[in-house]
Design a protein around this ligand. Sequence first.
Ligand SMILES: [Zn+2]
Length: 183
Amino acid sequence: MKIRMERIKSKPTDAVLTGVGYDLHRLESGNGIVLCGVKISSDKSFVAHSDGDVPIHALMDAILSALGENDIGHFFPTDDDRYKKADSCALLLEVLNIAKTKGYMLNNISVSIIAQEPTLSPYIDEFKERLSKVTKISRAKIGISATTNEGIGDIGDGNAIASFAAVTLVRIKNDKNDALSEK
Ligand SMILES: [Zn+2]
């Protein structure tokens, strides 16, 4: 699952970076969906090259955006068989590694999921728990909201699920980075 490090752009030096990301996947009849790394029983599945974990994809794009990098399609191309049915949490770890390489760590996460069904409110705590485990940030720094699309459009018809994510990253304080900022 090694990403191409030569694709990473130059390092920013700001103390705090913010980023926003968005993703949507269509649904087809199937045997369950994965959101925030949590398996949810459903008679539908995502149409996706990976596991289709929409909020994780939005989160990865938010982190890459904060870093001034290209989006996840650039790092995890859909024509690359290594990412077929990939666990998106493993891809998220790769993105966090890119942040670390550039001298940043995740500070907080804010995610909004738009799904007509299933009702996601019973899963929010589990989503936070899983995201906290994967990202190693405390649950207190993870905000997740879920809403329906009021029955409007493809999302409202239950044919797709979308997600927005926003993040802040903070600079990791170490001698190497401090030397960098003095240049
Ligand atoms: Zn996606």
